[in-house]
Design a protein around this ligand. Structure first.
Ligand code: ACO
Length: 433
C-alpha cells in the first residue's frame, strides 16, 4: 500500500474540528481513504451497507475494472488465461502469485492429483442426507465435515497447514461434488482416476459408471476446464468476503470455505446460473422466443419482482469479460454435441439482443454476466440444474483459499467486526404488571 501525496479532509457543518485522513494508492484502481482512526478521532462511524464504497482489505490477487469490463488474476487478463492456461495453472497462479514453470507445473499437478480421494468415512456422512437434498446443502455439510477428518491441517496460523489444506480442498472438491450428484441419482461413487486431467477426472466421476470405460470428450473437457478458470476468483464478492470474515476469527480453513459455499448458494450470487436456466425454461414453456417481449415488459415493471437473471453485476458496468468467453464455449459445446439448434440457446441470444438495445438495461448499464451462458453449457454437458452452483463452488474454492491465506499472512489482519447505526429502542426498564 503506497501513501498518496494528498490527504482527505473531513469537515463538519456543526463546527466540530475537521480531521485529515491518509489516502493510499493501489497499483491500479481507485485510491482509498484510510478511516481506521476515524472513530477514535471523531466518535463517529461510517455507514455503507452493502460495502458500495468500502475496501474491506488490501489484496494482490484479482482486479476488476467494472467500467472497462476487465478481469485480471495476478495481473493476467482472464482472456489470456482462458486461452493459454489450464485450471491448475490458474490455481497455482492464484495461490503463489506467478504462473508455474514446467517443473512447478508437473509437481503441482502431481500434488493435487494425489489428494483427490476423500476419507472413506465421508460416504457414511453423506448417507445421512435425504436423496433429494439440494447439492448445495450437501456440499455445505461435506466441506465443513472435512475439518473432522483432516486434523493435521486445521491450524490457520500455521503456514504449512494452510498450504496442505489449500491442496486438499482444491483436490477434493470435484470428488465431493461428484459424490453429491451420484448420491442424488442413486449411482455408485466413482473413485478419482489419476491419469486424467483435473476436468477429465471430474467428468468421469460425474458421468462414468463401473460397468463401462468412460471416454473423456476433449471438447467437453476443455469447456469444463474453462468454466473452472472463469469462476476461480473474483476479488471481494459476497462469498469471498464471507470466507475472509469467517476465517478472521481463526477458525479452520475447511469451516471458512464451508461458509463460502453457504453464501454462494444464494440466487443473487452463485445461484444465479441455476435461476437463469430456470428462467429460460419458464419462458420456453410459456411459448419461447415469441414470449420474450412479454417477459421483458415484466422485468421492466418493478412491481412484478421479476429480474432478468444472468444480467447485471455490482462491479461490471460493461460486458462481463467472462460472459464473452462463456458464449464462445457455449458455441463450441453445442456444435460438438450437435445441439446448435438448442431452443434455450436461441432464447438466450434473443433476450440478450433485446436487453442490449433496450433503454431500461442500457441506462442502468446492465450487461450479461458469466451466468447467462454458463447454465446452457452445463445443461448441454448433462449437469443437472441444481448442481450448477456446486460446480461454481468447486471452481471458486481456490479463490476463497488464496484470499483466506492472503488475509492470514497480512500483518494488518484483525478479526472482522463491523459497527452499526443503532435504530432500536434506547435503554428502558421492564415494567412489572
Ligand atoms: N433485471 C432487471 N433489473 C435489474 C437487474 C436485472 N437482472 N439487475 C439490476 N437491475 C436494476 C435494479 O432494479 C436497479 O434499478 P433501479 O435503479 O431502477 O432501482 C438497477 O438495475 C441497479 O441494480 P442494483 O440491484 O442496485 O444493483 P446491485 O449492484 O445491487 O445488484 C445484482 C447486482 C445483485 C447482480 C443484480 O444485478 C441482480 O440481481 N442480477 C440478477 C442476478 C444475477 O444474475 N446474479 C449474478 C451475479 S454474478 C455472480 O455472482 C457470478
Amino acid at each position: 500500500m503506497k501513501l498518496a501525496d494528498n490527504k482527505a479532509t473531513l469537515s463538519f457543518s456543526n463546527g466540530s474540528p475537521s480531521i485529515e485522513l491518509p489516502v493510499y494508492q493501489g497499483t491500479i484502481g481507485p485510491d482509498v481513504i484510510d478511516i481506521r482512526k476515524l472513530y477514535a478521532q471523531t466518535d463517529k462511524f461510517t455507514y455503507d451497507p452493502g460495502f458500495l464504497s468500502t475496501a474491506s482489505c488490501q489484496s494482490a490477487i484479482t482486479y476488476i475494472d467494472g467500467d472497462k469490463g476487465e478481469l485480471l488474476y495476478r495481473g493476467y487478463p482472464i482472456e489470456q488465461l482462458a486461452t493459454n492456461c489450464n485450471y491448475l495453472d490458474t490455481c497455482y497462479l492464484l495461490l503463489n502469485g506467478e504462473l508455474p514453470n514446467a517443473q512447478q507445473k508437473a509437481d503441482f499437478e502431481n500434488l493435487v492429483t494425489k489428494h483427490t480421494m476423500v476419507n472413506e468415512q465421508m460416504q457414511f456422512f453423506l448417507r445421512g442426507f435425504r436423496r433429494d437434498a439440494h447439492p448445495m446443502a450437501v456440499l455445505t455439510g461435506l466441506v465443513g465435515g472435512l475439518s473432522a477428518f483432516y486434523h493435521d491441517s486445521t491450524d490457520i496460523n500455521n503456514p504449512e497447514h494452510r498450504q496442505i489444506s489449500a491442496i486438499r480442498l482444491i483436490a477434493k472438491m470435484p470428488t465431493l461434488v461428484a459424490m453429491a450428484y451420484k448420491y442424488g441419482v442413486g449411482q455408485p461413487y466413482q473413485y478419482p482416476q489419476n491419469n486424467l486431467s483435473y476436468a477429465g477426472n471430474f467428468l468421469r466421476m460425474m458421468f462414468g459408471n463401473p460397468c463401462e470405460e468412460y471416454q473423456v470428450n476433449p471438447v467437453i473437457e476443455r469447456a469444463m476446464d474453462r468454466i473452472f478458470i472463469l469462476h476461480a476468483d473474483h476479488e471481494q464478492n459476497a462469498s469471498t468476503s464471507t470466507v475472509r470474515l469467517c476465517g478472521s476469527s481463526g477458525t479452520n480453513p475447511f469451516a471458512a470455505i464451508a461458509a463460502g459455499v453457504a453464501c454462494l448458494w444464494g440466487p443473487a450470487h452463485g445461484g444465479a446460473n441455476e435461476a437463469c436456466l430456470n428462467m429460460l425454461e419458464d419462458i420456453q414453456r410459456m411459448g419461447g422466443v415469441a414470449k420474450v417481449g412479454e417477459f421483458m415488459e415484466k422485468v421492466k415493471d418493478k412491481s412484478s419482482g421479476v429480474k432478468l437473471m444472468g444480467f447485471g453485476h455490482r462491479v461490471y458496468k460493461n460486458y462481463d469479460p467472462r460472459a464473452k468467453l462463456m458464449q464462445e464455449t457455449c458455441n463450441e459445446v453445442l456444435a460438438a454435441l450437435g445441439l446448435e439448434k438448442d431452443p434455450l440457446f436461441a432464447l438466450a441470444k434473443q433476450l440478450e439482443k433485446i436487453a442490449l438495445e433496450d433503454d431500461y438495461f442500457v441506462s442502468r448499464k446492465l450487461y450479461p454476466n458469466v451466468d447467462f451462458y454458463s447454465g446452457i453449457v452445463q445443461r448441454a454437458i448433462g449437469i443437472p440444474v441444481n448442481l450448477f452452483t456446486g460446480i461454481f463452488a468447486l471452481a471458486r474454492t481456490v479463490g476463497w483459499i488464496a484470499q483466506l491465506n492472503e488475509m492470514i499472512s497480512d500483518p494488518e489482519y484483525k478479526i472482522g467486526r463491523p459497527r452499526q447505526l443503532y435504530t432500536g429502542s434506547p435503554r428502558r426498564d421492564i415494567v412489572k404488571g
